[in-house]
Design a binder for this molecule. Sequence first.
Ligand code: CIR
Length: 262
Amino acid sequence: MKEGFSVFNNVIVRRPCRAMVEGITSNPQLGKPDYEKALLQHDSYIAALKECGVAVTVLPADERYPDSCFVEDPAVITRKCAIITNPGAASRNGEKDEILPAIRKFFTEDQIEYIKSPGTLEGGDVMMVGDHFYVGRSARTNEEGIRQFIAILEKHGLSGSEVTLEEVLHLKTGVNYLENGNMLVSGEFVHKPEFTQYNRVEIPEEEAYAANCIWVNDTVIVPEGYPAVEKAVRSLGYKVILVDTSEFRKLDGGLSCLSLRF
Ligand code: CIR
């Protein structure tokens, strides 16, 4: 397989806004996020990324969009182009216009592509493995969005394929690639034929949230409080940094959702 990014140099994040307490959630029983605590957790997240050797661009909070700290969804960045998505959640769709100026700081116009209506796509449904991109067909990402996305990838010499999902919000809610052939899988992704070629590490049901870890330059950032996942990632030989994401979990958000890495 051809290599994609062998190293990440840049990361974009957006500070959580006070309105995050009104963000979308499928887990209201976890309660509303504590905003001050979320800011501290976000500080730790930025510090962890810096420790991995990337330059972090921090965008200001945007009160118009409660879920706007989850910058992974309105854009996908590949080593050839940046793709502005068309988020399927109505309250999040406008985030695509707000991420664009940040993308323009790193990419020229001919390197920026767009998913257009009626196509919808959210970056949380896209998992990069070298120059191949798996795309989850979810409640947020539709068939037309995937068709456009794969056509854009192919135009730039990359490839993509669709993965169906039934149980989780986004593809990367349940499966994440840690480079070197290693993949964390939970729930419906444990036995997906698409992924049997990888060294799959099965995440126990009670720690399923922590299937969403991120590889950043041979360090893996793991959510704090999931000992089985932490142990599994350490035993793969990675350096581990733990970051508490409890307040983002209340909005179905994990580590990958909080940044664009490239
Ligand atoms: C949402 O429902 O859109 C947000 N509350 C959570 C987004 C999580 N993003 C991601 O998995 N990439």
